[in-house]
Ligand binder design. Structure first.
Ligand code: SF4
Length: 482
């Protein structure tokens, strides 16, 4: 082998002549172990790296394995052309390799190495699902077994103290004063622990903080090993229970679709005073979280409707000012009858504003638009106006929804449709409901009979997982050729 030009990647390129007089170019490192008798060598005369020996020499791997303990090695790697970033998560430290051509996180692919991630805005996976982390339940489903939901969204009440213009609960028969009783709620939480439900979101057809049992439910859920979260308008959040919320809930999302008091009055139809109370509560939550190192994620969510287009940037700035972890912008769901009257095409006119909002992301603050659903109106005609990319809803046993009156249904859009009623947690233990023939007959009815293109809410909660489950049930040919 002769001279050693370098290519763009700074690899050592060596040129040589093979036994037939042809030029060969290789990038074999000088220190790579070479195989002495590598099979075809006699026919090709090529120089072959001894991979078995190389394996033992993988210094970089050793260095990476030692990263958690040995920061001096980290620095050595940094000096070796690579830009590295360290991400702490739980008790671990992960390493992210950064490509110098990426201007910011948004250029990076959503790839993970251990607990770390290359693309910080994707760390919450807002625009997608996490079914890959629950393959045991998926396997049980494929085998036709009965299994507990991975996640449950549930209302704790059926009424609210504000009146957001976009509220889906208005099509779910809101009734003032109706809420799940404390005893039934706590028994239900215990049943969730027994069943192996992994998480519950107090997100439903009423404001959860109007049910005073929400705090004890979160405390008990943690004891029985079920993660909880809450989506709230926040105005009535009991700050005397703030520690219980922050200590026991995985995340709290404030449903706020504006960035100032005027926008609050318009979109949430509540007083400007309520806006100021809310802002101070969020500020206090963030301060407590920092002071006590609570893990609870605190975020803001805007439900996008034309009345709040002028509030998008204001709220992106407000979130940064408050120090919350994220601000997410999602589409407004509409019913099968389009009762909320959302013109999804109008979303396409505010793409630039939404993109600008995302630029307010920083190291500790993610602003993210749920593009997958916001852009649905830009799809081909086939997938517009509620048409889905699959034909069957398989998702309901994995992600169940319970109304704020304690009645269990496969999904929120089917609340009050008695054909799909599975039971009431005031009357029957949730454990027995999930084990009952009725419960499984209802899920089967959904997958057998529901026309997801016509009978369903636009952009329902199970949409992402339905796509995934449809693919599993309808594999392409040659699946073994992965
Ligand atoms: S696809 Fe239809 S049946 Fe399935 S969860 Fe969504 S709204 Fe309910």
């Amino acid at each position: 082998m002769g001279d050693k030009p370098k290519n763009n990647d700074d690899q050592d390129i060596k040129t040589g002549i093979n036994r037939y007089g042809k030029e060969v170019k290789t990038a074999i490192p000088d220190d790579a172990p070479l195989a002495s008798n590598p099979g075809h060598k006699l026919r090709t005369s090529n120089t072959i790296v001894d991979r078995k020996a190389l394996h033992n020499q993988q210094k970089e791997k050793e260095a990476l394995d030692a990263l958690r303990k040995d920061t001096t090695k980290i620095e050595k790697l940094e000096n070796k052309k690579q830009q590295l970033e360290y991400v702490e998560y739980d008790d671990e430290v992960g390493v992210v390799r950064l490509d110098p051509t990426w201007k910011d996180g948004s250029d990076a692919p959503n790839a993970f190495t251990g607990p770390s991630h290359r693309n910080k805005p994707q760390r919450f996976r807002f625009d997608g699902h996490k079914m890959a982390y629950h393959t045991d339940r998926v396997q049980a489903w494929l085998e036709g077994k009965r299994f507990a939901p991975i996640h449950i969204d549930m209302g704790l009440t059926k009424f609210c103290n504000v009146a957001c213009l976009y509220c889906y609960a208005v099509v779910q028969n809101m009734t003032k004063g109706t809420m799940i009783g404390e005893k039934a709620l706590l028994r239900y939480i215990e049943d969730c622990g027994r069943l192996g439900v992994r998480s519950i979101g107090f997100i439903g057809d009423g404001e959860p903080t109007l049910n005073p049992a929400v705090y004890d439910a979160a405390v008990l859920a943690r004891k029985v090993g079920v993660d909880t979260s809450m989506a709230t308008n926040g105005v009535r959040l009991d700050m005397d229970r703030a520690h219980d919320v922050l200590r026991n809930m995985t995340w709290v999302r404030i449903n706020l679709s504006c960035g100032d008091a005027e926008g609050f009055s318009r979109v949430h139809q509540a007083s400007a005073d309520s806006f100021h109370i809310l802002v101070e509560k969020i500020r206090a939550l963030v301060a407590l979280k920092k002071q006590y190192s609570y893990r609870c994620t605190i975020g803001l969510q805007m439900v996008l409707i034309p009345e709040c287009y002028d509030q998008v940037i204001k709220e992106a700035k407000l979130g940064a000012d408050l120090g919350v972890d994220y601000f997410v912008i999602k589409q407004c769901s509409d019913s099968e009858y389009k009762e909320i009257g959302i013109d999804y095409k109008s979303y396409l006119s505010v793409s630039d504003i939404l993109k600008e909002a995302e630029t307010y992301s920083n190291e500790n603050y993610v602003v993210q638009v749920k593009w997958d659903k916001i852009n649905a109106a830009g799809e081909t005609a086939l997938y517009k106006d509620g048409y889905r990319k699959y034909d069957v809803c398989y998702g309901t046993p994995f992600l169940l929804q319970i109304s704020g009156n304690g009645k269990v249904y496969p999904c929120g859009p089917f609340f009050n449709k008695e054909r799909f009623y599975c039971g009431d947690i005031h009357e029957t233990s949730f454990y027995d409901i999930v084990m009952s023939d009725r419960y499984w007959a209802v899920h089967k009815d959904v997958s057998d009979s529901v026309d997801v293109h016509k009978d369903c809410a636009v952009g329902c909660r199970q949409d992402y997982i339905n796509k995934y489950l449809w693919d599993l049930k309808n594999p392409p040919e040659h699946v073994n050729f992965i």
